[in-house]
Design a protein around this ligand. Sequence first.
Ligand code: AMP
Ligand code: MG
Length: 441
Amino acid sequence: MSGTNTDTTGRDRVWTVAEHLEDVLETVRPLDPIELQLLDAQGCVLVDDVVVPVSLPPFDNSSMDGYAVRAADVAGADDAFPAVLTVIGDIAAGRGGPPAVGPGQAARIMTGAPLPAGAEAVVPVEWTDGGLGAGRVTGMRARSTAPEGAHGQVRVFRGAAPGAHVRAQGSDVRAGELALAAGTVLRAPQIALLAAIGRGTVRVRPRPRVVVLSTGSELVQPGEALGEGQIFDSNSYVLTAAAREAGALAYRVGAVTDDAETLRTAIEDQLIRADLVVTSGGVSVGAYDVVKEALATLGEDGGTGGVDFRVLAMQPGKPQGFGAVGPDHTPLLALPGNPVSSYVSFELFVRPAIRTLAGFDDVHRPTARAVLRADGPVPSPAGRTQYLRGRHDPTTGEVAPVGGAGSHLVAALAHADALIVIPREVTAVEPGTELDVVLLS
Ligand code: AMP
Ligand code: MG
């Protein structure tokens, strides 16, 4: 953390969004790498370059069910003058086959089976009589009725150049080549490659473990009955879901009552499984804003207050807390309680922090320029960057506000897919104005 919260005149310092984000990202460091089984590493960032140990395919093999032949033996074959070859045996994938195909010979071969010595090409079964030895049988129904391994004859009705229907050793990737570079995010296709080259485990940055707590004595868990003056706890759900979408292993603790000691104990109990703690509520100046009080004595050196509470020049999301708690200096972001403020704060600050912990190069949501579509001028508070919820149409390049500026408007949030960024100094935006938008999906 850097800076103080009073300026040279002693007034409260107001932080810009960029300053607060910079402070968070300067403090949060990528997690130490661990060795994980392939599927446990899904979605994680690879730490080391991975080199191919053995070429793929490891041996020349057939790409079709058919007959392994010498090209010269089938050259010029056609319906009128088929090549008639002696079948010396079968080769199935994963099993041995005849030692070598000599002149005038063929071996029945299945997809993926190793090409026998002597053979140079595979003629698909559809180009043969299927080993029936008499007449022409076309299509996929062409099958030998001879028992497996039985010697017989096959008629071949088309020629095949050397290499036809053969997947050459190393044609996919060669031993010694770079399979995946450090920094690669392991999605399904990358996991396919790692498995194909025989890697059982990889060194990656682990998924950050994020503990989400909401605060507020008015909060009731969804599914329970709502009493007088109570509301459902939506923040612990949206923040946990958003943390998962950002790549974290998120633990939802749920709501803690507005009591500093209870909250302090709850956070302390969670530190064992947290790389990052996110709280919501209790950070403004209300009488029951307990997060400030609780965290004042949960500082990184056991009491001096490692969490800094500050005022940001943004709407929504003006009050924010950030710092480190507990013996491991676990980073903690304390977000405001209003649902929209909480979510917007998550997108702007927590998501980049999670992605930094996870080792991603690109920690930010993509942005775009979009033209404001609205019925009239859209107002915005002076001196604060506004993040209005909007719907972005990438085909027209337009964005339209959804709902108003109120930070309690959860329904509008659910229909938004972008945040419309109205700069700090602007107090009204005319329709047709081009603005930055943060793309949320
Ligand atoms: P606070 O920041 O704790 O003063 O909360 C600001 C507003 O957000 C109040 O109206 C709270 O009731 C509401 N709020 C706080 N936490 C939650 C939550 N977890 N889910 C839904 N609303 C909340
Ligand atoms: Mg509260």
